[in-house]
Design a protein around this ligand. Structure first.
Ligand code: HEM
Length: 206
């Protein structure tokens, strides 16, 4: 008599419990806080997945290395060609304090579209001293109106370029004749080597 209408057959109780748990779980999922939490978890998993994919992607092909330039001096007109475009095989030269550097390694700064592209193939001294990329023009600049502080800044930039890039030769003043370089000088690639027309005592000491 006791089983009539109420007692469940043996084994039915766990099934009912599971159903109850599932319903409780579904009800929990509908609370706004939990929905937010789930979205946050999914977002983090997605971000991790994207990052993993990026790490596995092959690196972009490196730009072909250009052969080092022969040691040589440049007029402004000759320097102008080296602006990182196809006309010069993508090479970029920049002059600082009458020294020409091959900055192709820093093409992301000085190449076409870079933040300092205005300096490519130019004398950047005045721009660096005045902290401006505007107003770099094609005329020879003797920098004579710069203040002592600005000239000091030019020399500091020159030192930075000497550390980072390969020195190629001098920027010639109007009418100045280019130097003849020996093979040894061509190979040295530093701005500190004494030059035929510059006594070694004339070197910057910073
Ligand atoms: C809001 C203004 C500027 C910011 C935030 C900025 C930022 C930077 C940063 C982060 C670097 C180092 C990049 C690296 O080594 O990876 C850098 C380098 C440099 N910046 Fe700027 N810059 C600013 C303005 C200027 C201006 C106005 C000039 C122009 C005179 C300038 C000239 C340079 C040069 C020449 C380098 C060295 C690039 C090289 O390594 O060859 N910057 N700048």
């Amino acid at each position: 008599m006791a089983a009539e209408g109420g007692e469940e057959p043996a084994g039915a109780a766990p099934a009912a419990e599971t159903g109850g748990l599932w319903e409780a779980f579904c009800a929990e999922l509908q609370s706004p806080a939990n929905i937010l939490l789930i979205c946050a978890c999914l977002y983090i998993v997605y971000k991790l997945w994207v990052r993993q994919r990026e790490e596995r992607a092959p690196p972009p092909p490196a730009e072909p290395q250009l052969p080092p330039l022969k040691r040589q001096d440049f007029t402004l007109e000759q320097l102008k060609v080296y602006d990182g475009t196809e006309q010069c095989d993508g090479r970029v030269l920049v002059a600082v304090n009458y020294k020409v550097f091959d900055v192709t390694r820093g093409k992301r700064f000085y190449g076409p579209g870079g933040p300092y592209a205005a300096f490519a193939g130019k004398d950047a001294s005045r721009g660096l001293a005045t902290f401006s990329v505007e107003g770099v023009d094609d005329r020879f600049d003797d920098l004579s109106d710069l203040t002592p502080m600005q000239m000091e800044s030019v020399r500091e930039w020159e030192a930075q370029f000497t550390d980072r890039y390969v020195y190629v030769g001098k920027l010639l003043k109007p009418g100045e004749r280019p130097s003849e370089y020996t093979d040894d000088e061509e190979a040295s690639g530093t701005a500190d080597s004494p030059r035929p027309d510059q006594p070694s005592g004339d070197k910057k000491t910073d």
